[in-house]
Design a binder for this molecule. Structure first.
Ligand code: ARG
Ligand code: ZN
Length: 872
């Protein structure tokens, strides 16, 4: 059942042109396909034609106008096979689909009455019989026929070429996409949509029409996405020299969507949560997410569409590169250090966990059962970290030259990760063969580091030893090429020292290259004892262990010239304190707060911050999920108790400072999602969190006031969360009621209302989840609702991991039901259960027995693959 990378064969038949006609109907859509097919010169004349096709009802089939007799072809569950075909021919087929019954949201489906599609990776085979693989690229002409009242708007990829009335009273539109593309980039949308329109003039002076299509009530929520799109278009021209290549670019917002968005050529389709934003309904974080995703999908036009993937094992070729591109874009439009801090903390929490669990896989996997299970943090974010390392290794200029080479050489082709790395090697002259191991080796490399200062010779000896733990199916690991950005910070001067390594002067901020299992780097002319600052800006996706003392970390927290490492030192200092408190909690010993953390926070609060958003991050403790990642066995209650203790101790010791910070950062300016305002709000809200953690009257009053003032969703949501997560149910209950009634009509706000309630630490959460599943605003068929309620509950560490196992049972119930409705979402939802090995034995047994219960069901390939791995 698995597919293997090593089995790759180029396609025997190409499709040079594709003509599709959709006669839309919720229960009976007729899809007529005319495929212009050619056998490749290298293929034998007797090679059968095999087309993918699933859940299609075939009505007719003919070659060059002659209907095929039933004995010359076979139709099975997975497709169609025609034994003998000419070298060059036209294949006509007619199939019937029922979009209204499509709850998997793959292929052609209906969302709120609107027709839409999702084809990546293998959804096109649910639309018509076709070679559904990315290395078959074709031009497309698409005719969409619909009901004028129900579907006044008919969209597909490319340029509109014709529209009109039909004798039967229906209307139609014809679209032509001149750029050859794989069928996973096909899209169609039809429904009662409204647009906002804008224009962008490209570098070379072409006018591009930009359209954002939404349901009427969402017209007020489009400004931010449109602005983001224009910024992204300008950025890709300035930074990568890449221009848009059609006269029209469309984005459509749909309510039911499995992921964030999809880069279909000229017609991006978005989850409404990833494109709509208004100050009254979306938080600062949501504004930033929208900007990042709009840019991401736009950037795919080159990194993904013009140059695409040969096969799905190469998925990170387009996703890793495009995530790297959107990260750089967002860093430039927001606070760059904060963007890096947020990306890395997420990465170290969630990707490290994936890499350490039973579903660990390389950035380029070598086999899979269900490709939709591989749209993962490893393929996306670790892939982006690898591209970032490449950029840093070869330098920006060579990287840009390599990218130019890649886009030029492979334009209109479907290629591999080697093709990309080769361009970088050629442009830089570097040997990247060892570096390639990053793509094929799963697991997070760990570096054990230690250093020694030799006073007598003025030398600093730094020894780095790397190892990558075994992952499923990969026991032996080779050493990787790991770039370690570093400095030596003099303990007397508090400055970065000049680095001399093997007689070579490296400057104050250098990169050393670890390629062997173990290497010792001897720095000479080191005039004072240093504290090393290692892995600056997270220069490689590894875990680095250095035996820092608390004094070292407190020193780096104030003196390191690298902002990222200053933040990281603060996190490290907090982690040492948290570790002690977790142990104290487990041993039933009285908890004592580490005064050094209090002193460090006091100093931070007294400083005049250059960037308030960075300060807000520095004042934020590691999340429970991150702390859990650092423990050999996760004790959810001890972690929660320890973190709360630190929060409250800091709040009590620094109450006046937090109060002053809160007051100094209030503002009545009209809302704008600018970096300055976002920074100020985040600092103010961090202060409010501390004040609310001790629930003193003044803090509570400020929180209630912020909720009632109703200035913008960022502040309202933050205040509501603090009220609901406090023990003041007398305040939480009415606030939730007010908010829920006010926003009952807005599903994206109701999602926030669900999430806030089921993330609270109090013990009533499981009952709430069950109660809310019956709420009229909830539906298991909508992925956003499922994520907001069930997904958020499974992230609630203390409540999901209840010792009676009821949290696990509830998740398993939902997975079993969703397995029938939407296998992709069902498979994703299981993730927290797959991490059972990280917990105590009682919980391990409880989690495993729920996985076994799921395993006994008749399963989709998606859920089957995840459960098999989890229990292997
Ligand atoms: N290519 C899309 C993106 O990263 C995501 C594809 C979604 N695929 C899926 N099977 N849901 O922007
Ligand atoms: Zn993408």
């Amino acid at each position: 059942q698995p597919v293997y990378l090593s089995d790759y064969q180029p396609p025997a038949y190409r499709v040079t042109h594709t003509e599709l006609t959709f006669d839309l109907d919720p229960a009976n859509t007729l899809v007529t396909a005319r495929l212009h097919i050619e056998r490749r010169a290298t293929a034998d004349a007797d090679t059968p034609l095999i087309l993918d096709g699933e859940q299609l009802t075939l009505r007719s089939l003919s070659i060059d106008g002659t209907p095929l007799a039933e004995n010359v072809y076979q139709v099975g569950d997975e497709g169609l096979r025609i034994e003998r075909v000419p070298a060059c021919f036209v294949l006509d087929s007619e199939v019937v689909l029922a979009p209204e019954d499509n709850t998997a949201l793959e292929g052609l489906y209906q969302s709120n009455g609107m027709f839409c599609t999702q084809c990546e990776a293998e959804g096109f085979r649910r639309i018509t019989f076709y070679p559904d693989r990315p290395d078959v690229m074709s031009t497309f002409t698409v005719t969409v026929i619909g009901d004028r009242r129900r579907e006044p708007i008919l969209l597909a990829n490319g340029n509109p070429v014709e529209q009109g009335e039909r004798p039967d009273g229906r209307h139609y539109a014809i679209w032509e996409d001149p750029h050859p593309k794989p069928c996973y980039l096909f899209a169609l949308v039809a429904g009662d949509l409204h647009k906002v329109e804008d224009h962008f003039t490209t570098q070379s002076g072409r006018d591009v029409t930009l359209q954002l299509w939404v349901e009427e009530e969402n017209l007020q929520k489009t400004d931010h996405a449109m602005g983001s799109l224009k910024r992204a278009m300008a950025w890709d021209e300035q930074v990568y020299g890449r221009e848009y290549d059609l006269d029209l670019f469309m984005i459509v917002a749909v309510n039911d969507f499995n992921m964030g968005a999809m880069e279909n050529k000229g017609l991006n389709i978005f989850n409404s949560a990833a494109v709509l934003a208004h100050p009254d309904t979306a938080t600062d974080a949501a504004f930033q997410t929208v900007e990042g995703i709009v840019a991401h999908e736009y950037f795919h036009n080159w990194s993904g569409n013009r140059v695409t993937c040969r096969d799905w094992f190469q998925l990170s070729l387009k996703e890793g590169f495009t995530v790297f591109r959107d990260q750089c874009f967002s860093a430039e439009t927001n606070s760059a250090p904060v963007k890096r801090i947020q990306d890395v903390s997420f990465f170290r929490t969630a990707q490290f966990a994936e890499d350490a669990g039973p579903t660990a896989h390389p950035v380029r996997p070598d086999h899979y059962i269900e490709i939709t299970n591989f749209y993962t943090l490893t393929i996306y974010e670790k892939g982006a970290e690898i591209v970032r390392m490449l950029r840093n290794l070869v330098g920006w200029d060579a990287f840009r030259q390599g990218a130019d080479r890649y886009f030029e050489r492979f334009d209109g082709q479907a290629v591999t990760i080697e093709d990309f790395v080769d361009c970088m090697a050629e442009a830089s002259g570097l040997d990247l063969s060892q570096f390639m191991r990053w793509y094929d080796q799963a697991g997070t490399p760990e570096i054990d580091a230690h250093g020694e200062y030799d006073y007598a010779h003025g030398e600093y000896h730094l020894t780095l030893r790397q190892r990558t733990p075994a992952t499923p199916g990969q026991v032996d690991k080779q050493p990787l090429h790991i770039p370690v950005a570093m400095g030596l910070v003099g303990t007397k001067s508090g400055q970065d020292l000049r680095l001399t390594l093997d007689g070579e002067k490296l400057g104050k901020d250098a990169v050393i290259h670890l390629r062997e299992d173990e290497q010792t780097f001897v720095f000479t002319d080191v005039a004072e004892a240093p504290v090393p600052s290692l892995l600056r800006h997270f220069s490689a996706p590894v875990k680095l262990h250095f035996p820092y003392s608390r004094e070292d970390l407190a020193f780096l927290l104030t003196q390191d010239s690298d902002g990222f490492n200053r933040w990281d030192a603060g996190q490290g200092l907090a982690m040492l304190a948290l570790d002690d408190l977790i142990a104290a909690h487990r041993n039933g010993v009285e908890k004592v707060m580490d005064g050094r953390v209090v002193d460090a926070f006091r100093a931070l609060l007294a400083s005049e911050p250059a960037d308030k958003a960075v300060l807000a991050e520095m004042l934020t403790l590691p999340s429970e999920a991150y702390i859990a990642e650092q423990q050999p066995i996760v004790d959810v209650d001890a972690i929660h108790a320890a973190r709360e203790f630190v929060r409250q101790s800091l709040a009590m010791a620094l109450r006046d400072e937090f109060m002053a910070t809160f007051e100094a950062n209030r503002s009545s300016e009209p809302y704008a999602p600018t970096p300055e305002q976002i920074a100020q709000r985040s600092l103010k809200n961090v202060a409010l969190s501390y004040l609310m953690s001790i629930e003193d009257e003044q803090g509570v009053a400020l929180c209630e006031g912020q909720f009632a003032a109703n200035h913008n969703m960022t502040d309202v949501r933050h205040a509501l969360t603090l009220l609901v997560h406090s023990d003041r149910d007398d305040l939480a209950t009415p606030a939730l009621k007010t908010f829920g009634e006010k926003w009952a009509h807005d599903p994206l706000v109701m999602d926030q209302w669900f999430t806030i309630q089921v993330s609270r630490p109090q013990a009533d959460v499981l009952e709430r989840v069950k109660y809310l599943m019956a709420h009229p605003a909830f539906s298991l068929k909508n992925p956003n609702r499922v994520r907001a309620l069930i997904g958020a509950f499974a992230q609630n560490r203390v409540n999901f991991h209840r010792l009676d196992g009821e949290g696990y049972a509830l998740l398993a119930d939902v997975v079993i039901e969703l397995n029938r409705l939407n296998p992709e979402i069902a498979a994703r939802l299981i993730t927290p259960l797959t991490r059972w090995q990280r917990f105590d034995e009682t919980r391990q047994d409880l989690m495993r027995s729920q996985l076994e219960r799921i395993q006994r069901e008749p399963l989709s390939s998606n859920v089957y693959e995840v459960v098999e791995k989890a229990l292997a």
